[in-house]
Design a protein around this ligand. Sequence first.
Ligand code: MG
Length: 259
Amino acid sequence: MTKKTLLVSIAICFGLTSINAQVKEYPKQAPMSPQMSEYWIPQPAVVTPVKSPQEALNAPSDAIILFDGTNLTEWESRNGNPAGWIVENGVFTVKKGTGDIKTKRNFKDFQLHLEWKVPVDITGESQGRGNSGVFMQGMYEVQILDNFENETYVNGQAGSIYKQTPPLVNAMNPPGEWNTYDIIYTAPTFKEDGTYRTKPTVTVIQNGVLLQNNTTILGTTEYIGFPKVVEHGDGPIVLQDHGDPSEAISFRNIWIREL
Ligand code: MG
């Protein structure tokens, strides 16, 4: 092979490789849908909890009272406007369409107590039945949902870390009765590059029954897609205005102890 022929051959070879690189196609990733991050089995076992007391339990002496039955002065809308939810007869109730509410204060590590219930005549099914949620540091949702004889995807039921970890059991009281949540939360720490140095963790007890046992939170609790790691500092407690047709969640007796 002459030198000229060799150079031509190499040029053709590179040319073909270049053409091949241009036309090669890889499989396209399917777009994420909500169903891709939901799973339904196994359903957590149903445990019959003790009935919550008819009267709200008093907060301990070192707690910050976030709602004592009278007003929403500790709360505001996510956008900073006054909280639009309805206070009546010692409880407050989601006013659909007015948006999430959040505490004016920000928190790091804490023990949180709150009580919630859905009306006795609630309708709807799956996620469309008394859906709300409590967000730690405004980032991570522990689901509030009426799962009394109402199945849904298990990583989205009451007491789940939403779209991450199902509750250990289903400890719902029936509609019209109060449920208690006691939540112990440890905030994450971050590296300089914005990823977790230590991940957030949470313990959730509903009606005296353990649902989350120091569970590691993987990131934000997304409706579509998977958890994201987003650097943040101290943040508020947020309660969700989910907007489903049967939404009418009421809350009472909310207090927090900073740790
Ligand atoms: Mg929710």
